[in-house]
Design a protein around this ligand. Structure first.
Ligand code: GDP
Ligand code: MG
Length: 483
């Protein structure tokens, strides 16, 4: 006897046909039998680069294989999860998430943060689950596959390009970057170019490079409207023509073979060959989504970065809104993301007494993003977590006051240090109002941040790496599917 607890497989198939994806009969059949016999949860993990995706996935998988530190994941606490093991992933052409290398970096004898990743990757963790309680005797153990997909948040923001022509995107981009210092070099390159002239490849490359330089600087300065996303994170497309274009002022006439015509064609290829396949092959198949956010980093960087974070969260959320655009609506027929978690990562930089304030800030931003994106449907939540706890807590006396600090090993020097990151306000509005009104700096507070290295660990049998609320995040994201 088997127990069917998955989304309607028929809806899945209809969705695929509707999009005109031709799949071999083989794949279609295995999808059906898999859906019937072995439920699959596709968990998307995203966030802008350096948000903590790699560390999150590595620690989550390690803590699902060794569950002693997962009391808030109910299926782990009550013993329903019998075993968890890695299996070959279903998608042969997607790079495998290099779990073993990352885990060795984080938990080896000289612990360090793993190298930064720049593309999509996937990992399948299979869970053998035996529900406990009354129904336990009636159901045999079953296998549930957790397919974790790591993809850059930068790529999500490209969704907005699908609705735009090259002309509209160019005009809008040029208007927006007009006042920005970071675009000075690109504006200069543009002034020297003639969009009506015949395309010359080295000149095209130079223009694209100047535009990429602008995007990189804008990202650093905290702007989130940095499309096309692949210009920042090209993956294996670096240097290809599909990434060799830039926004242009429209010339009076654009003859065949001109820079304008060729860039327009490349922009369309970018949408067709890069953006659409990503949404079709990865995004549209996700059931549960976690968006990792470096909220503390943004608070430290100042009001502009916090406001930018708020807008980026709105943009990300609107990518998950049904009916967002025609292409996506058609892709998503019969399926949708059921749960979305926005998690402020690296909460181990804060003493636990300040975690409620960080969570309150995330919740306030999420509420605002939901209102602005007119978002309904998926269940959403905000939390503060640390995928890998790199600090320990302490209370020290400082000028007659006692301060709640965290201690750790500084990543740069290897020296031990205590950090007091500043006091987050009880009322999130004290941060969000100045952010919204465009303030340059926080008025009466300063937030510090230090970069700690992972601490050397001695794990007892059954224990995964130390974390903060990773179990709670897991319970929200897929705990319901394990019982
Ligand atoms: N203290 C602390 N730092 C973290 C944590 N997660 C990530 N980081 C830091 O953030 C950096 C980027 O993390 P990574 O997972 O590579 O980000 P990705 O680009 O989103 O995959 C790491 O190199 C660490 O410095 C955490 O849980 N605690
Ligand atoms: Mg990564």
């Amino acid at each position: 006897m088997f127990h069917l607890e998955t989304r309607d497989p028929l809806a899945t198939i209809i969705g695929e046909i509707a999009d005109g994806i031709t799949r071999s009969v083989d794949t279609a059949l295995s999808t059906v039998s898999e859906a019937f016999f072995e439920p699959v949860i596709r968990l998307g993990v995203t966030g802008l680069s350096r948000a903590g995706k790699t560390v999150f996935i590595t620690s989550l998988v390690a803590n699902l294989m060794n569950r002693a530190r997962m009391p808030q994941l109910l299926a782990a606490a009550d013993g329903a999860i019998r075993t968890a093991y890695l299996q070959p992933q279903p998608d042969d052409t997607v790079p495998r998430f290099d779990y073993e290398t990352y885990l060795a970096a984080l938990t080896g004898p000289a612990p360090h943060w793993p190298d930064s990743t720049r593309s999509v990757s996937e990992l399948r963790l299979s869970l053998r689950v035996q529900p406990s309680g009354l129904v336990a005797g009636l159901r045999g153990p079953r296998t549930i596959h957790l397919d974790i997909v790591d993809y850059p948040g930068e790529w999500l923001l490209d969704l907005g390009l699908l609705d735009k022509t090259f002309e509209a995107w160019s005009a809008e981009t040029l208007r927006r970057i007009e006042p920005r210092d970071s675009a000075a070099a690109f504006r200069e390159a543009l002034a020297a170019a003639d969009p009506a002239a015949k395309l010359d490849e080295p000149a095209a490359k130079a223009l694209a490079a100047a535009f990429t330089g602008y995007l990189t600087a804008a990202r650093k300065a905290g702007f989130s409207d940095c499309t096309p996303g692949r210009f920042l994170l090209p993956g294996d497309l670096a240097g290809s023509p599909v990434l060799t274009f830039a926004p242009l002022p429209k010339p009076a006439a654009a003859p065949r073979g001109s820079v304008w015509r060729e860039f327009e064609r490349r922009f369309d290829s970018y949408k067709r060959e890069v953006v659409k396949p990503f949404f079709r092959d990865h995004f549209a198949r996700i059931d549960r989504q976690v968006v990792l956010v470096d909220a503390l980093g943004a608070i430290h960087a100042g009001p502009r970065a916090v406001d930018d974070l708020r807008m980026a969260m709105t943009d990300i959320l609107s990518a998950f809104r049904p009916g967002r655009n025609a292409f996506l609506t058609q892709l998503l027929i019969g399926r949708r993301v059921e749960r979305i978690l926005f998690a402020a990562t690296k909460a181990d930089h804060l003493h636990h007494t300040q975690h409620p304030q960080l969570t309150a800030i995330m919740e306030a931003i999420l509420r605002d993003a939901k209102d602005r994106a007119d978002f309904a449907g998926a269940k959403s939540a905000a939390m503060s977590i640390a995928s890998l706890r790199a600090t320990t807590e302490d209370t020290v006396e400082h000028q007659g006051r006692s301060l709640d600090v965290v201690r750790g090993i500084l990543a740069e020097t290897g020296k031990r240090a205590a950090m007091y990151p500043g006091r987050l306000p009880e009322d999130p509005a004290q941060l969000l109002s100045p952010a919204r009104s465009g303030a340059e700096r926080w008025l009466d507070a300063d937030y510090a941040i230090m970069s700690f290295a992972p601490q050397p660990l001695t794990l007892k049998p059954g224990e995964g790496p130390p974390h903060i609320r990773l179990d709670k995040a897991a319970e929200f994201l897929f705990g319901d599917r394990l019982r």
